[in-house]
Design a protein around this ligand. Sequence first.
Ligand code: ITT
Length: 198
Amino acid sequence: MDKIKEILIGTNNEGKYKEICDLLPKRVIKYSLKEFNILSPEETGKSFEKNSFIKASYFSKKTNLICLSDDSGLEIDLLNGEPGIYSSRWSGKKNNFDLAIKKIFKKMKKINKDWFYYNKARFICCLTLFWPNGKSYSSKGIVKGEISNSKRGQNGFGYDPIFIPNGYDQTFGEMESKLKMSIDHRFKAYLKIKNFFI
Ligand code: ITT
């Protein structure tokens, strides 16, 4: 199998873009959507798998490059899996994660004022590789954890300040990016597609 030498990182999310670039080997040439000025397609799928496929196939067809796309999100048991595949949309058009996080705390409190004791959550990431010849491959990674009772830390992006992975006391927002990226959902999904690059 020929190893992938250049790839389009199919995301308009800066946080994801940086983390995916850091996961990939240095020698792989990486292109961003900014270079092509392409807007995202509508995410009409009902699963992470479907939506990452929609993005990877769309961007690959637009550019004729192999594309790697990521669909990810935070699932909270007490909220029946919300925000889930709608994780991005909870922050509104302006990507206001302060608002999305406030919404999470509000909903949790409403369901149970002692929510902190019934508090299981997970980040899920589905990565899809799509080749211009129509071939595709998808992988999934999950990191289990819980929601912290307040926002903590400035690192990372999105919901990082409220997610504490199992086995740690810090939120992803408090962790060094290197540590987060060695245990998170994106890393676990990447391990399953690593052979295409190395
Ligand atoms: P693209 O579709 O362009 O990739 P997006 O932000 O819309 O960008 P998603 O639809 O996959 O991407 O939404 C995933 C949301 O889940 C995203 O807005 C993040 O804030 C959140 N999320 C995913 N992985 C995360 C992580 O590692 N840390 C914090 N939040 C994360």
